[in-house]
Design a binder for this molecule. Structure first.
Ligand code: ATP
Length: 283
């Protein structure tokens, strides 16, 4: 899909959900979101530490505040605790020290693996979380069809996952999470297994969803260009035990255009983050 498919009927409602400062941003791709600092914190880690029962210390003193409508990417050496941070935020794993503050009733989570149920068609998969929450059948069907259109999968509702490409599976997975209209959306390397072109397209589509839906994003990736392209901030973590080493503001407005990837300022920022990550790996 060259451009994101947006369901026009759902557009008004989605725009109403958008944080004020984000909707006030220009659409020219210029300028920064300079009102971000005024918005409430949507996800806060304060001095979070994690020691697993076998003694592995995955995280140490992680403090990170993400304001409503921000999109923050985290990069760091392999095994530094990025996934653990998301699992702690979602409540899957309790931290062993520090505090986390987030509305867990309104949290979306997408993994590298699309985690679709193979015996359910796309529609059934997208309805799954709503089913678990007890949405009436007609409502979940309506919402699922809207989300399927939003991610560009109209016409594939009755396909089983095995008939979908990797990118389409990931779209279905996004639609499943979007159906609950999360205010905070966390992504654990969602596009890491995809080819580069599909990944870049999905980056654009996810940005489009972010701009329209106005959720707060926390995105894990191993790709520095992907982190910069997607985000309003990029956080670099140290090697294990993971700590926040440095935070970079990304000075490009939303939505972003694919040409940004060839911009000199974009490359310079990627270079700075790369140096910082190299220092993190070398300790
Ligand atoms: N249940 C567990 N018990 C013990 N150690 C664990 C457990 N889960 C994760 N770890 C360890 O904690 C550290 C952090 O793991 P985590 O998966 O969060 O890292 P990551 O930064 O997401 O890694 P990658 O970039 O390779 O995906 C790793 O050393 C991992 O082996």
């Amino acid at each position: 899909m060259a451009s994101p498919a947006i369901d026009k009927k759902g557009e008004q409602a989605q725009m109403e959900n958008q944080p004020a400062a984000l909707s006030a941003q220009g659409t020219s791709g210029q300028g920064t979101d300079n009102r971000a600092a005024e918005r409430p914190v949507a996800l806060a880690f304060d001095n979070v530490g994690m020691q697993f029962p076998d003694g592995t210390i995955a995280l140490e003193n992680v403090t990170l505040h993400i304001r409503q409508g921000e999109f923050v990417s985290v990069v760091g050496p392999s095994g530094c605790g990025k996934s653990t941070l998301l699992k702690i935020a979602s409540g899957l794993v309790p931290q062993t020290s520090g505090t986390v503050s987030v509305d867990r009733n309104n949290l979306g989570y997408t993994f590298q693996d699309a985690t679709l149920l193979p015996w359910r068609k796309v529609l059934g998969n997208v309805e799954l979380l709503m089913e678990l929450r007890g949405y009436p059948a007609a409502e979940r069907r309506r919402i699922a069809m809207e989300q399927i259109a939003l991610v560009g999968l109209s016409g594939f509702e009755n396909h089983y996952p095995k008939r979908l490409s990797g990118g389409m599976k990931m779209r279905a997975s996004l639609a499943r999470s979007l159906a609950l209209n999360p205010s905070v959306f966390m992504f654990d390397e969602p596009f890491g297994a995809l080819d580069e072109i599909t990944r870049e397209r999905l980056n654009d589509e996810l940005i489009s969803l972010y701009v329209r839906k106005g959720f707060t994003g926390l995105f894990i990736t191993h790709s520095i260009p992907e982190a910069v392209y997607m985000s309003s901030k990029v956080v670099v973590m140290s090697r294990r035990p993971g700590r926040i080493l440095k935070t970079f503001d990304v000075p490009f407005g939303f939505p972003r255009s694919p040409e940004l990837r060839y911009d000199a300022a974009f490359s310079a920022l990627c270079g700075e983050i790369s140096i910082s990550l190299r220092q993190a790996i070398e300790g």
